[in-house]
Write a protein that binds this ligand. Structure first.
Ligand code: GLY
Length: 257
């Protein structure tokens, strides 16, 4: 089975998406589409087969597929999304994931966005954020304990999702904006701190020693290269205006049987 990356085209309504920490500024949707295509191209060059979900033009944030479902090795999880405007995205992500994995749903009052779930081996760090609540973390812990995943809550402050603030870039290494996330749950891991001038540089997509990251963070790129990672930069400036980054544009399925 090839390694799959689920993506979705940018919606016609993309410029009207949810914003939590950023001010609204005009978005060039055509340019965002070109940036998204370049992102998919980088994933393909790294051996991922792109599976495109249908466009949802009335759902501005639907390109951020990662938030609507979590794919693990044995199962997938969908949950009520943290922003009610995004509820309409869940069904098609659930249908797509169900082609490859059994899917389990978390239930209200839980709300959880996949951007808050960060995996390091059998540990799942889950951000307690504006989108993901304590009820979701509790349900997630109960659901995943029999599969021997350890679910570890992490406080997120100042960023939309946990993975806006930090990224796992190796089994024991984390890249972080330490202003935006409580680092104490990562004790024992090697921490690479982004320079304060590159606050958004800590959100990168890591797989197999390769890192896909946005252009515009040269110090962070050097830090990652110095740690032995192969860095692939892609211009995501229009996508960042919608409070998105490289992880939330795909759901990776690396370990299908
Ligand atoms: N605009 C991305 C989000 O708020 O979920």
């Amino acid at each position: 089975m090839p390694r799959l990356a689920l993506t979705r085209p940018i919606s016609a309504s993309f410029a009207r998406g949810e914003l939590t920490y950023l001010e609204r500024v005009p978005i060039d949707v055509d340019r965002a589409r070109r940036q998204h295509a370049a992102y998919e191209g980088v994933l393909e060059s790294l051996g991922w087969t792109i599976v495109r979900l249908p466009a949802l033009d009335e759902q501005p944030d639907a390109v951020f597929v990662e938030d609507a479902g979590i794919a693990l090795d044995e199962l997938a999880v969908v949950a009520p999304m943290g922003a009610s405007s995004r509820t309409g995205e869940s069904r098609s992500v659930e249908e797509a994931l169900a082609r490859y994995l059994p899917v389990t749903r978390l239930t209200p009052p839980a709300t959880l966005d996949g951007g808050d779930v960060m995996r390091a081996g059998r540990r799942l760090f889950v951000g307690r954020s504006r989108r993901t609540n304590a009820a979701a973390i509790e349900q997630f812990q109960r659901l995943l304990a029999p599969y021997e995943y350890e679910v570890i809550p992490v406080e997120v402050k100042g960023a939309l999702h946990l993975k806006s603030a930090c990224s796992v870039v190796g089994e024991r290494t984390i890249l972080a904006n330490t202003e935006w996330v409580d680092m104490s749950p990562f004790a024992g891991m090697d921490a690479l701190a982004v320079d304060p001038s590159e606050a958004w540089g800590a959100s990168v997509l890591h797989a197999d020693g390769h890192v896909v990251m946005p252009t515009g963070f040269p110090r962070t790129a050097r830090l990652l290269a110095g740690a032995g990672l192969t860095v692939h930069e892609v211009d995501l400036t229009e996508i960042r205006k919608a409070e998105g980054g490289p992880t939330c544009l795909s759901i990776l399925l690396p370990n299908l049987a």
